[in-house]
Design a protein. Structure first.
Length: 383
């Protein structure tokens, strides 16, 4: 069954019924010498067009056979040509190329054979053409060429529409695959950020707890409490990230959670100076979520590579740009290896919004991560 993406089957069949009626009327009006015979043949090749989309092969067969008889007898050849073209279109649109090619060849052969019979057989056509009017019998070559062009044109149009629909379907599939890949990459980045940050805090506090377990049991228990809190928070964050696989609702972290993030880093032994009083109400939620993950990964890198040190977190808004920076004062001789997954993930998050990220050693010592995330000012999703 052939349908359209814009119209339903009932609307299309109603249109085809109207076309079939017009074909019948044209056949009768174009054959005034024998209206009864014209009407009888028109009923055979006209009304089947109303169901051409539901049963394209039977309809084409009936229309070609009845149309060939009508051409041989001399009944309205132009109406027959258009009826055959209309019956052929659904097959060209829906059938594989070999089957569609066979349908085209059969339609052309049927009409051509009828035209040759009308022009050469004695006693035919039964209904002669009016004076000065082109017909299969009077001017066979031009009329046959015209018929072939109309029928082949309808077939070519059907194949072109089929190719366009296939291309659109492939494009939609590619877009869906790309969306899935991007979602997987986003989830992988989120899990990397959540797990990497939390495990870094847990590892450092576990080392503190192990070192102070006997000499300072109170501090050891405090470290264990921190480990429990951070691990529970990490599990909650992982559940939120993985929950996006089942629920498409936005589960991005809120930038207001920076207080907890900064506190986790502080209890792990890093002194963090942060001014989080910047009003971010006009920054879109997606930009804030990316900024949060960038800050999280940057602070995690401080824990991993800088050791106990001091760092500063700056959050500022410039016209149309959210700027975040994490700068530590680790010793200049700290080895800087090649960019890992963390830096790559931060750059990808910045690039998602058309922004930039710079990460590297500072001239006076330490390491800095600076991200600029452009945005269009609007009403926050939190308002």
């Amino acid at each position: 069954m052939v349908t359209s993406g814009r119209l339903g089957l009932r609307q299309l069949m109603a249109f085809d019924a109207l076309v079939a009626t017009v074909i019948v009327l044209v056949t009768v009006l174009r054959t005034p010498a024998a209206p009864a015979l014209a009407c009888g043949l028109a009923v055979l090749f006209g009304p089947p067009l109303a169901v051409r989309r539901r049963w394209p092969v039977p309809v084409l067969t009936v229309v070609v056979v009845a149309g060939a008889v009508a051409v041989a007898i001399g009944v309205a050849g132009d109406a027959v040509v258009f009826a055959v073209a209309l019956a052929l279109y659904p097959l060209a649109l829906s059938a594989p190329v070999r089957r569609a090619g066979s349908a085209l060849a059969g339609a052309l052969a049927g009409i051509t054979a009828a035209g040759v019979v009308a022009a050469t057989a004695p006693g035919l056509p039964v209904i002669p053409a009016r004076a000065g009017e082109e017909s299969f019998a009077a001017t066979p070559v031009p009329v046959l060429l015209y018929a072939a062009m109309v029928i082949a044109g309808a077939w070519a149009l059907g194949r072109a529409v089929r190719a366009r629909r296939q291309h659109a379907a492939q494009l939609a599939e590619l877009r869906a695959d790309r969306a899935v890949a991007e979602e997987r990459l986003r989830i992988a980045r989120d899990i990397h950020d959540v797990v990497g940050h939390s495990l870094s805090v847990i590892a450092m506090r576990a080392a503190v707890a192990n070192h102070l377990a006997e000499s300072h049991p109170d501090q050891g228990r405090a470290a264990l409490d921190t480990i429990e809190r951070v691990s529970r928070a990490a599990l909650g964050d992982v559940r939120v990230v993985l929950g996006a696989l089942r629920d498409p609702v936005d589960t991005a972290p809120s930038f207001t959670e920076l207080d907890r993030l900064v506190e986790d880093v502080r209890v792990a032994g890093v002194t963090v100076d942060a001014d989080l009083a910047t009003d971010l109400s006009r920054v879109p939620a997606a930009v804030r979520a990316s900024a949060y993950r960038i800050v999280q990964e940057a602070l995690t890198n401080v824990l991993r590579h800088a050791g106990p040190t001091r760092c500063r977190l700056d959050v500022a808004i410039e016209p149309g740009v959210l700027v975040v920076a994490v700068l530590d004062d680790a010793r200049p001789e700290r080895a800087v290896g090649p960019s890992g997954q963390g830096l790559r993930g931060m750059r990808e998050r910045a690039a998602m919004h058309g922004g930039t990220l710079e990460a590297g050693p500072e001239p006076g010592g330490g390491f800095a991560v600076r991200a600029r995330l452009p945005f269009t000012a609007g009403v926050s999703d939190d308002e």
